[in-house]
Design a protein around this ligand. Sequence first.
Ligand code: TXA
Ligand code: MG
Length: 335
Amino acid sequence: MKTLMFDAPYNFYEITMILKNGGLIAIPTETVYGLAGNGFNEVAVSNIFKAKGRPSDNPLILHISSLDMLDDIVLSISDEAQKLMDAFWPGPLTLIFPATEKVPKIITAGLPTVAVRFPSHPIMRKIIENCKFPLAAPSANSSGKPSPTLAKRVMEDLSGKIDGVIDGGKCDIGIESTVVDVATLTILRPGFVTESMLQQIVPAIKNTSIFHQEKPISPGMKYTHYSPNAQVQIVQGKNYIETIKNLIEQDLSKNKYVGVLATDETLHNFANVTTLSVGSQNNLGEIASSFFEILRKFDDLGVEKIYSLSFSQEGIGEAIMNRLEKSAGYNIINC
Ligand code: TXA
Ligand code: MG
């Protein structure tokens, strides 16, 4: 299959026809690129799983462009859910609702619940409006790879496996939506909408340090994730600079090609190896928006091992650290 690249001015008619006919298109959103197909078409949805190589027990998010689209897909909306929707939709928040019979089992991986998001990105919204059905859209990467924030990264992973990619430039936020289960009021995946932002609207929402626990609550929690080809090693604590330097010495003596994922402030400490800055420590939003792309840049360079420092857990820092820890397979040295 030839994968088309759609540039501005976008041919929305052609894009909509492809989706109506059961095809798959990668579409930019405010978080990351999503691999979209008709959420009511089981064949299209099954092709999403195939293209990504995604395990079938990891359910997908349905994306809507108006609240009346919820009538077909959710059984009920609790008061808490309504408050969160009023506060954060459209935007980077996914809510888990009880699903109607109309939602295909392949979307929910057989769960009685369905994940729904109302994205704010104008291209994604316009396409859902044109289609008039919800779009199932996981991140548009091969399963296990860092999520794509640029159209060319989608092409690298999925060219030949999907019908098209819409080039909408770099995604602003760069990290996937926050996922909240409104039945239990728990955060299943941290994201741009932080715990304290959610608690301002619904104080009972909790963040039970679930992101590290053995038994996953959300199916997506149990898979290895966001991994570049290089092995990622997090080094944190007071002596991280010295520790990384020592580890690098050992690796270099074995002719290993190593890199350091640093910040603008720490870049200068690691002069003798490939060091890339993910942004300034004073701007966590910038770090979030560059994080996945930096991992892919190390792969472009052929780096075999990446040492990364850790970041503040404040605000969106929690989501950044969640993605970093997963990309490292929880490989963390405290020093
Ligand atoms: O920002 C985003 O959310 C992006 C863009 C494209 O919208 N999408 C995205 O989708 O990140 P995906 O499939 O990569 O992640 C969906 C997450 C997974 O962790 C999945 O396990 C969880 O949502 N999820 C989906 N349905 C669920 C359900 N019924 N109950 C619990 N977790 C669910
Ligand atoms: Mg994903």
